[in-house]
Write a protein that binds this ligand. Sequence first.
Ligand code: ADP
Ligand code: MG
Ligand code: MG
Length: 253
Amino acid sequence: MATLEIKDLHASVVLDDETTKPILKGVNLTIKSGEVHAIMGPNGSGKSTLASTIAGHPKYVVDSGQVLLDGEDVLEMSVDERARAGLFLAMQYPVEIPGVTTSNFLRTAKTAIDGEAPSLRTWTKDVKAAMEQLKISPDMIQRNVNEGFSGGEKKRHEILQLELLKPKMALLDETDSGLDVDALKVVSEGVNRALETNDMGVMLITHYTRILRYIKPQFVHVFADGRVVDEGGPELAERLENEGYDRYLAPVK
Ligand code: ADP
Ligand code: MG
Ligand code: MG
């Protein structure tokens, strides 16, 4: 059983000239393992900022508020410590890591998170099985991380990590973006397998309702201008599908 608590979180993005711009304006959210929370909102509302701030991305600074994982202060932890504590971020735009093969990357991450190297035989088998289920081409494992990967391959690789690293709390930032229906199904099945086999909670960030047909959220939160402005169950996602986000946006004068 794991609980992620976000309490009155205010955070800013660090701009290129090193000034900061406030983005998160008091976010409150609690996610428990076994639960899927969809975070939906218009572009630019701060969804990626929320995920990146929780994961400890250096481009974001916390101005006030708290993030607790099982009562432990996440904001005091280094990025590595957050991963070891069980936090996982699937990035909206996964980064390329030149010179590091996917195979090495996955084994190194697994070793760092578990505190010991996985047994080589089971590990090789687990990786192969997960790759097959995600319909990832076998040659990807020897390619450098995300280098030359298509958009869909990058997203599959994020979910491959999710399945292998078995986090307590997964922050999935627009894992659906840029996927065709077949890829969306494959990726969603991966998330659902992880939900079934691990004691994991999910923050499912998405702009569109499409992925919610495959990954069923119990809770839907609407995000606008850096905070949660509406909350409900799956019916709220249906309303957003029909009506869009207009009602949550400030009227244009
Ligand atoms: P979302 O994920 O909901 O689309 P983001 O968290 O990516 O929103 O962005 C929230 C706001 O922060 C936007 O107004 C965006 O322009 C701004 N922002 C994010 N990163 C930067 C940056 N590096 N420089 C300037 N503005 C940024
Ligand atoms: Mg965006
Ligand atoms: Mg985003």
